[in-house]
Write a protein that binds this ligand. Structure first.
Ligand code: BEZ
Length: 212
């Protein structure tokens, strides 16, 4: 079983899904991706999560992020469940759900934590950059549904910090001030960030969001 860490290349795979056979890399193309696992079909928390993800698709699209879910049931089961999700969550599931009956992908991505449950996946999230490197891993227990606002917030931070020499502070939201990267001396920072740099401490320099 693989242990995947930040910066590793996300393993490619081919698998059946609610929309047929998928090759992960082909599905992601040149954009960003978010892969998230669900313990099982026809479970209440997962039903709300998939409905929420479907409603957030426009936001993921704006950020060039493709969503793909996974649960350890088969394609026919997924498609029956999708009907329930659409009905109960008042939406249309608009991304594939991997049908990981043989747990090939779950094992590849270390999504089964035997001390939590021997057979079901926990709620793992992987965010993958266009170069296929893993940028974020979060693991939630089965009993806690994910916060998709937080996932979008992290994607905003990852995309900002990929292009600018900044980091984002606690609870940061797109458009708010950011932290100048510690590697840049303040005088140099003042020439890079035309919106200005406030030096609160020599190691704590703030500048307006350069992308806003
Ligand atoms: C759920 O998705 O509702 C769920 C799944 C497994 C354990 C607990 C809750």
């Amino acid at each position: 079983m693989a242990t995947i860490r930040l910066g590793d290349t996300a393993p490619n795979f081919s698998a059946d899904s609610s929309i047929g056979e998928i090759n992960f890399y082909d599905y992601l193309g040149d954009g960003w991706g978010i892969l998230f696992s669900h313990p099982a079909d026809f479970t209440p928390v997962c039903t709300t999560e998939l409905g929420t993800a479907a409603k957030f698709k426009d936001e993921f699209d704006k950020r060039n992020v493709k969503m793909i879910a996974l649960s350890v049931d088969g394609r026919a089961s997924h498609n029956e469940w999708i009907k329930d999700i659409n009905e109960t969550q008042h939406t249309t599931v608009n991304f594939p759900i991997i049908a990981d009956e043989d747990k090939k992908v779950s094992n590849l991505y270390d999504m089964i934590h035997p001390k939590a449950d021997n057979n079901l996946t926990v709620r793992s999230v992987y965010i993958i950059a266009p170069d296929k490197s893993v940028k974020l891993i979060i693991t939630y227990p089965a009993s806690t549904g994910r916060n998709f606002h937080e996932l979008l917030r992290v994607i905003d931070s990852l995309q900002l910090t990929a292009y600018h020499k900044v980091a984002t502070p606690a609870n940061w939201q797109h458009g708010e001030d950011v932290v100048v990267s510690p590697a840049i001396p303040t005088e140099e920072a003042r020439s890079i960030f035309s919106k200005g740099v406030e030096e609160i401490k020599p190691y704590l320099r703030m500048t307006p969001d350069p992308s806003a």
